[in-house]
Design a protein around this ligand. Structure first.
Ligand code: BES
Ligand code: MN
Ligand code: ZN
Length: 490
């Protein structure tokens, strides 16, 4: 797994500034006031820092942005990174400030002079999240080096505030690594094996194989994977940090390691992007990792359906009728609407076995949600207003885009089949909603449920504030916050 940049916190020692090799960062409010560390930098640079702050480059900075003063005379450092961080900055600005530093960092050691800055842990979290590179397959990848040291007025408190954030960043890195990994590397079995390794951090992990799935009756899931030479798996991860016996939250993820569309083959252009079609399972895995890392006081069970959707002589055909674990029959009109066929069985199994207090599923489910919401927001569908409101609040707090979409009988009617209990597609209109309606048919009465269609947000083609282009790790922070808001209060 891609390692987090090590970040440490210590008391301010301005005598270390002159000799620090690497980069030095100062956090400056709009008013340009210099704290003790910045004053020392200014003195050593013979007023260079003050001139920069008084000039246009600093005035133009938005809160959270940074400008570099390169090869400053009087310092051993290669650069002084000047960040605009107003006193009352919220967590989003503090995280952006950290992200700005991470972008400038390259491989250098960084010394952040944070003095009494509030939200110093959030700055560190921003550094950690933005300092990500997926270079597993670059033959010229340099060994990652360089550490970040933060000098601040209350290092112990900062360290304590950073620890749970670091756990979340670690989870997000796992999600990104999984989602970025090519499908010949992250095969179904490699994915399951990697999850099994999380036993070492205290999760209970069970890997179900095709025989297990067949005995459970997960025919719709198996029908998706049967065209692939890689075997299908369901992996169950449990974190029991809450009250003994308390009903868990269930997280269910779509883990299609590659989606060719099957016999309803996708067009060639852009098909390579479907290596991220296990993004929902990637988020579930990353959340489970962070819960274990921060020893969350909650019971959470994560279940992922891991399959590969390939065309072959043994693949499911359009027109086939499959019986789900629930017992409902599905007429497969389009083998490219496979995610729902995977999820419906895993969702049913999750409810049947774990009797959860609530259930959230995550999936890169439809292109239609990308048409609706672009890459800014995940589609949120729910049968429970209070649960949904809590989720949207958590997403807002974490700055992860999420937008509620409707459900309703008229959309459900789109799934009527002439020969079976339902079709697996509802037609061109409202594609993301009819997909959600399909899933809702597998939600038991009274079960608070949220479906997150993350097709637009799991992986993006441009850099974002907290991630380079590629997999974002969207959802790991929000779900952690939701879990601590709803399940870790006694
Ligand atoms: N994995 C795709 C959805 C997707 C599209 C994810 C773009 C990420 C980016 C899903 O399995 C799919 O193929 N959906 C079809 C459904 C259709 C056949 C009803 C789609 O969206 O076209
Ligand atoms: Mn598909
Ligand atoms: Zn898919």
């Amino acid at each position: 797994m891609t390692d987090l940049t090590p970040i440490s916190f210590a008391d301010t020692d301005i005598d270390q500034i002159a000799g620090h090799a690497g980069r030095i960062a100062v956090l400056i409010d709009r008013d340009g006031r210099l704290d003790a560390g910045a004053r020392r930098v200014n003195k050593l640079t013979r007023g260079g820092l003050a001139r920069l702050i008084e000039g246009a480059p600093f005035a133009k900075l938005k809160p959270g942005d940074a400008v570099a003063m390169a090869y400053p005379g009087g310092l051993a450092a290669d650069a002084v990174d000047v960040v605009c961080l107003p006193k009352g900055a919220d967590r989003h600005v503090a995280r952006r400030a950290g992200a700005s530093l991470a972008k400038l960092r390259g491989q250098s050691d960084v010394l952040i002079l944070a003095a009494g800055t509030r939200r110093v842990a959030e700055v560190a979290y921003g550094v950690a999240l933005r300092d990500y590179r997926f270079d597993d397959h670059k033959s010229d990848a340099e060994a990652r080096k360089g550490a970040v040291r933060v000098m601040c007025s209350k290092p112990d408190a900062a360290q304590e505030a950073y620890a749970p954030l670091m756990a979340i960043a670690e989870g997000a890195f796992m999600t990104r690594d999984l989602t970025n990994a090519p499908a010949n590397v992250l095969t179904t079995t490699a994915f399951a094996d990697q999850l099994a390794q999380m036993k070492s951090i205290g999760l209970k992990v069970e890997v179900l194989n095709e025989d297990d799935l067949a005995s459970l009756g997960m025919r719709t899931l198996l029908s998706v994977g049967q065209g692939s030479d890689s075997p299908s798996h369901v992996v169950v991860m449990r974190w029991d940090g809450g009250k003994k016996g308390a009903a868990p939250l269930a997280l269910v993820g779509k883990g299609v390691v590659f989606d060719t569309g099957g016999i309803s083959l996708k067009p060639g252009a852009g098909m390579e992007d479907m290596t991220m079609d296990m993004g929902g399972a990637g988020v579930v895995s990353g959340v489970m990792r962070s819960l274990a890392r921060r020893k969350a006081a909650a019971n959470v069970v994560g279940l992922v359906g891991i399959v590969e959707n390939m065309p072959s002589g043994n693949a499911t055909r359009p027109g086939d009728v499959i019986t789900s674990m629930k017992g409902d029959t599905v007429e497969v009109i389009n083998t490219d609407a496979e995610g729902r066929l995977v999820l419906c069985d895993v969702m049913w199994y999750a409810q049947d076995r774990f009797k959860p207090a609530a259930m959230i599923d995550l999936a890169t489910l439809t292109g239609a949600i990308v048409v609706s919401l672009g890459h800014e927001n995940a589609g949120v569908f729910s049968n429970d207003d209070a649960f949904c409101a809590a989720f949207l609040k958590a997403a807002k707090t974490e700055g992860e885009g999420a937008w509620r979409m409707p459900l309703g009988k008229a959309y459900d009617d789109l799934l009527k089949s002439r020969i079976a209990d339902m079709k697996n597609i509802g037609g061109r209109m409202a594609g993301a909603i009819s997909a959600a309606q399909f899933l809702q048919r597998f939600v038991k009465d009274g079960m608070p449920w949220i479906h997150l269609d993350i097709a637009g947000v799991a992986s993006v083609k441009t850099d974002t504030t907290l991630a380079p282009k590629g997999a974002t790790g969207w959802g790991v922070a929000t779900l952690n916050r939701l879990i601590s808001d709803m399940f870790e209060k006694d």
